[in-house]
Design a protein around this ligand. Structure first.
Ligand code: TEU
Length: 565
């Protein structure tokens, strides 16, 4: 889109079921979001992204949609939604919706019709296939391909009624829509236009790089010790993906220049992302890539691997360089699928939590790209102290646990260790508003337990404390708005081999910024070539003002941003 207002914007992600509960049923809702719009306006964010609020059986917390043009009753109704949209717009914030169209719910009318018979006019709207040649339909191993589902078990569900299987890359309640079918695509575009006509400002597109499948659907590679194959070569960045996104642009976005579109693309490469985000190609404004949140993942999914800072820098540096001239990056540490970054790449101990949360925010927000803040990140919220599997609610955690134990010979201990550190429920515990019971999230019993650290970590306390993570995030966001070099400047990575310091410069015209973050609990000198040239530069921002007397030697978890002209 030609008007790139989103280059200086910051997006805030709301996970509605965990944000604020206005009616005491333990589940967040739209009225709860309305009640807290001032918190978001005070933070200074430009755009709100709402995770799915459509009618849904909630098998995957709303990423299984049974009606694309309505509101889930437990979240509210369309009138409340319109009020929320107006409330955001009144405060100068835009609002984007989650678009989940790789799959629908199995309870969507489209799928119910599709599964009703082999001759249904909507049969071809989903991926129906017979059993593997010569095998008994429904028998173990007779699935049309050997693909595993992301949430454990096979990616195919046998349907008794018609004797065929349907594809579900995620849960069996999330059948994949068949984007080869023109009617499917037109139905999706019509639905998108309906929301835009209602006033929404764009979409975050769920796993949008999986909508085009390789034909015929190919078997995947089966790794030693896994029950099912990784089929991703058959559906990530498939042959018609660019064509579909360009068609969507023409059918939905052309002529609506103020929109924001961000495609969630697990496994996308830099080269592909450059094509997707080249403004002249009219696909999407930016993509979510995953390389930097997979940086602490080894070949064995059930073995925790520590982050190597040099690896993180190599990854993000590659993305910065790759999209420097053409295209645009999105920047995130957190979302509803990731553990809390302060617990993951920082230090969530009482001593270093606030400093490391601020340092991580600094490094991210000073990159070139559009930063995303996930609810609670602006407070430095941490992972939850999960015990056994009964503490988890996430379908991914439960499904993967079952598969690992039942089919892959893993022990509960080794799997739980990884789920506690990396599981998605870490991000999904209720937002911590104040120190009243249930952190002010709900007067009832929250659907997922509140983190017991809420008396120490909550919004009310941080809004009143000028040194809090909240006020530091305010400053970061304000800096992007005020300093063009943050939004527009070029990016140069420094110290690629340093295991403690993350350092880079940004330059726009005569203005140059130097950003350094200490990813360690040790004091660390930044041995950059041009150290002398930075003596006397203006210290624009630091998370540890008392520690900054020694220029370019950083205290544990310190971050500094210098500016010179
Ligand atoms: O997630 C896509 C995705 O790839 C996830 O599988 C993610 O990588 C993984 O869960 C990390 O542990 C999107 C949504 O963000 C997620 O919440 C949904 O469950 C999923 O799509 C299906 O809609």
């Amino acid at each position: 889109m030609t008007d790139s207002w989103w280059k200086k914007a910051v997006v805030y992600q709301i996970y509605p079921r965990s944000f604020a509960d206005s009616d005491g049923d333990g589940m967040g809702d739209l009225r709860g979001v309305i009640n807290h719009l001032d918190h978001l306006a005070e933070l200074g964010v430009d755009v709100l992204w709402l995770s799915p609020i459509y009618p849904s059986p909630q098998d995957d917390n709303g990423y299984d949609i049974s009606d694309y043009q309505g509101i889930e009753p437990m979240f509210g109704d369309l009138a409340t939604f319109d009020e929320l949209l107006a409330g955001a717009h009144d405060r100068g914030m835009k609002l984007i919706m989650d678009l989940v169209v790789n799959h629908s719910s199995d309870e969507h009318a489209w799928f119910e019709e599709s599964r009703s018979s082999i001759d249904s006019p909507k049969r071809d709207w989903y991926w129906w296939r017979p059993a593997r040649d010569g095998m008994e339909p429904g028998a173990p191993g007779a699935e049309p391909t050997n693909w595993g589902s992301v949430f454990g078990g096979p990616a195919w569900e046998f349907d008794q009624k018609t004797g065929e299987y349907y594809l579900h890359l995620f849960s069996r309640k999330q059948p994949d829509l068949n984007w080869e079918n023109d009617e499917v695509r037109q139905a999706v575009y019509a639905m998108m236009r309906w929301w835009l006509d209602r006033g929404v400002d764009g979409f975050r597109m769920d796993v949008i790089n999986m909508i085009s499948k390789v034909l015929p659907l190919p078997d995947g590679r089966l790794a030693a010790g896994s029950a099912y194959a990784d089929g991703s070569a058959g559906f990530i960045g498939g042959p018609r993906l660019h064509e579909f996104l360009q068609e969507m642009y023409r059918e939905v976005f052309a002529g609506r220049e103020e929109m924001l579109t961000v495609g969630e693309m697990p496994g996308v490469t830099v080269d592909e992302a450059k094509l997707h985000t080249d403004p002249d190609r009219h696909e999407v404004d930016m993509v979510f890539q995953f390389d930097h949140v997979w940086a602490d993942r080894g070949p064995d999914p059930w073995l925790l691997q520590r982050l190597q800072l040099t690896n993180l820098k190599a990854i993000l540096g590659r993305w910065q360089a790759g999209l420097a001239e053409v295209g645009w990056n999105s920047l995130y540490w957190n979302n509803h699928d990731q553990p809390r970054v302060v617990s993951r790449y920082g230090d969530d101990s009482a001593e270093h939590r606030a400093a490391s949360a601020k340092m991580l925010g600094t490094v991210l927000h000073l990159h070139r790209g559009t930063p995303y803040v996930y609810q609670g990140e602006e407070l430095g919220m941490t992972n939850y102290p999960f015990g056994g599997i009964e503490d988890f609610r996430d379908i991914e955690a439960l499904g993967q646990y079952k598969q690992a134990l039942e089919l892959e010979g893993r022990t509960p201990d080794e799997v739980l260790k990884v789920l506690r550190a990396r599981g998605r429920d870490n991000a999904r515990t209720p937002m911590q508003w104040d120190s009243s019971p249930q952190a002010g999230f709900s007067t009832g019993t929250p659907w997922l337990a509140v983190n017991p650290n809420y008396p120490q970590i909550n919004a009310a306390e941080q809004r009143a404390d000028p040194d809090s993570v909240f006020h530091y995030y305010r400053q970061l966001i304000a800096l992007r708005h005020a300093e063009p070099a943050v939004a527009e400047g070029d990016f140069t990575m420094l110290l690629p081999h340093d295991e403690r310091l993350y350092a880079f410069t940004r330059r726009l015209g005569d203005t140059e910024l130097l950003v350094i973050g200490n990813f360690s609990g040790e004091t660390a000198p930044a041995e950059i070539d041009d150290a002398a040239g930075w003596a006397g530069a203006e210290l624009v921002l630091t998370n540890l003002p008392g520690a900054s007397s020694q220029a370019l030697t950083l205290a544990p978890w310190q971050a500094v941003v210098y500016r010179r002209k």
